[in-house]
Design a protein around this ligand. Structure first.
Ligand code: G16
Length: 545
């Protein structure tokens, strides 16, 4: 085996964010940049010799070449085998499923998730552990430290592997097995839900659904599951061919980037009763009913409240978890079900230990991610199938189910305001000033609202005791309303300020008040506390979701 060692210099800024390292393609394309990071991952592992690594990505620009580089480096790092999705494709939840099913040592997923692709877009890479979940903070910190001191990377001198066909090849002494990227994940999902009942719903006259794969990774998965296994008519999946630049679109399933789907569901002539979309790497989801968009926080709460509709969860939930900025709607369901509800920092990695310990069954985030203990990643198609299973069991509309949920539990009206591409120095100033104000805020009244607690969210993992500080600023108000301030950990340009607004409305007569109208006083309070316009120069958010 011809192992080549290449001298290298550390690059600055290879610090993994909320979910791995995400940078512009142009940054990743610098000679040695990907190699340094991959070598830093391998140098932070121990015991991988002879073991199996899972490898795949969302098919975005650079996916194919990066995969060949990583194969050669994995061989030099001593892995015995790599399982790789055909064409280099694996959605994030599918990678998690494959790692778990094949008891792999870990996995590398190439994706920048919902960020745009193509030569001017973004690329990303993350390492998942043997439980199938994103590496924890102590591992990502170790990788970061290694990137700062790295002096060499190693690869095996071997030709590219043909990833176009299923089969077995070799790189040096390492076996490369090209697998069907869809089968393991689809098989697993089939064990969780009542496919017969869902198939009957999809065949029912008057019921029509559309799944928008946004030219991202879920196309082949959705076609297999919805059209082949469940018998939905051909054409149910739209934009189903994964493209390196996502067809020029932005593979983020929200009302802005999936506007066509939302418009189709609002148009009675479309005949559609259910719409759904997923993101670049298939872990996020959007659920749309007839003229009705389900907010991700509400979706988590509705799934928890209707867990009995899906065979896998009918026996009950051990507990639920949500990230701190996610609305407290699911907390109310947990209280009703008398099960624990955990509040974690943003990032799926924080759910892993709770899932592994059997403390929670369902978890979710405001950022359009929901999932369960079937894998250790959020799972877009899982959420879609869960909704279909609920619709099939209850024979009601999406809007009807959510409105009934609000009547029973009250409505946690919710919105996120994003200020993108802020100069980092200004964002830092905003948070420094905000943190300075925190000790004096509790007990004061601003815009007629009384602040009960204001703090910098910190989390101690109840399973492994690890501590994470500075995970977002919470301002809790009398009556259950909240304002949360955080900086995104997934952007690639400047800083993105996220302001999360939440108001609890018990009175059913007020449930239909438009969210932005109901939340306007909280937006005003956020501005007064954080001086967003004064410090950033921005008078309005760039994206409201
Ligand atoms: C990632 C993480 C999620 C997180 C989201 C948003 O999702 O896996 O846990 O909620 O980023 O993070 P931020 O607010 O820091 O931008 P994905 O789908 O991008 O991998």
């Amino acid at each position: 085996m011809n192992v080549v060692t290449v001298s290298t210099q550390p690059f600055t800024g290879q610090k993994p964010g909320t979910s791995g390292l995400r940078k512009k393609v142009k940054v990743f394309a610098q000679p040695g940049y990907l190699e340094n990071f991959v070598q830093s991952i391998f140098d932070s592992l121990s015991g991988q010799e002879g073991k199996t690594l899972v490898l795949g990505g969302d098919g975005r620009y650079l996916n194919d070449t990066a995969i060949q580089t990583i194969l050669r480096m994995a061989a030099a790092a001593g892995f015995g085998k790599v399982l790789i999705g055909q064409g280099g494709i694996l959605s994030t939840p599918a990678a998690s499923a494959v790692i778990r099913k094949h008891a792999a040592f870990g996995g590398i997923i190439l994706s920048a998730s919902h960020n745009s692709g193509g030569p001017d877009g973004d690329f990303g890479i993350k390492y998942n552990l043997a439980n199938g979940g994103p590496a924890n903070e102590s591992f990502t910190e170790a990788v970061y430290r290694r990137t700062q001191s790295i002096g060499a990377y190693r690869y095996v001198d071997a030709p590219d592997v043909d990833l176009g066909a299923l089969g077995v090849a070799a790189v040096g002494e390492m076996t490369v097995q090209v697998i069907d990227p869809v089968a393991d994940h689809a098989d697993l999902l089939e064990t969780l839900f009542d496919f017969e009942r869902i198939a009957a719903l999809l065949a029912r006259p008057g019921f029509r659904m559309c799944f928008d794969a946004m030219h991202a990774v879920t196309g082949p998965y959705a076609r297999e599951i919805l059209e082949r296994r469940l018998g939905a008519p051909a054409g149910t999946v739209v934009n189903g061919v994964p493209l390196p630049d996502f067809g020029g679109g932005h593979p983020d399933p929200n009302p802005v980037y999936a506007a066509e789907l939302v418009a189709a569901l609002a148009d009675p002539r479309s005949g559609l009763s259910f719409g759904a979309a997923s993101d670049g790497d298939g872990d996020r989801n959007m659920i749309v009913g007839r003229d009705f968009i389900v907010s991700p926080s509400d979706s988590l709460a509705v799934l928890a409240a209707n867990h009995h509709c899906a065979p896998a969860y009918a026996g009950g939930l051990a507990g639920v978890a949500r990230s701190m900025p996610t609305s407290c709607a699911v907390d109310r369901v947990a209280r009703f079900l008398d099960i624990p509800c955990f509040e974690t920092p943003t990032g799926w990695k924080f759910f892993g230990s709770l899932l592994d310990a059997g403390k929670v069954t369902l978890c979710g985030e405001e950022s359009a991610g929901t999932g369960s203990d079937h894998v250790r990643e959020k799972d877009g198609l899982w959420a879609v199938l869960f909704w279909l299973n609920i619709l099939a069991a209850r024979q009601e509309s999406v809007a009807g189910i959510v409105r009934e949920h609000w009547r029973k539990f009250g409505r946690n009206v919710y919105s996120r305001h994003d200020y993108e591409g802020i100069e980092t120095a200004r964002a830092d100033k905003l948070f420094a000033e905000l943190r300075g104000k925190l000790p004096g805020l509790a007990g004061t009244e601003i815009s007629g609202m009384r602040i009960e607690l204001a703090d910098d969210f910190a989390y101690t993992d109840p399973v492994d005791g690890s501590r994470s500080e500075k995970q977002g600023i919470r301002v809790l108000l009398q009556g259950g309303s909240r304002v949360v301030f955080r900086l995104s950990g997934t952007g690639t340009e400047g800083a993105t300020l996220r302001v999360y607004l939440e108001r609890y409305v018990a009175d059913a007569a007020l449930h239909e008040v438009p969210a932005q109208e109901a939340l306007a006083p909280l937006a005003d309070l956020a501005e007064k506390i954080a001086n967003i316009a004064g410090i950033t120069g921005r008078n309005a958010p760039d994206v409201i979701s």
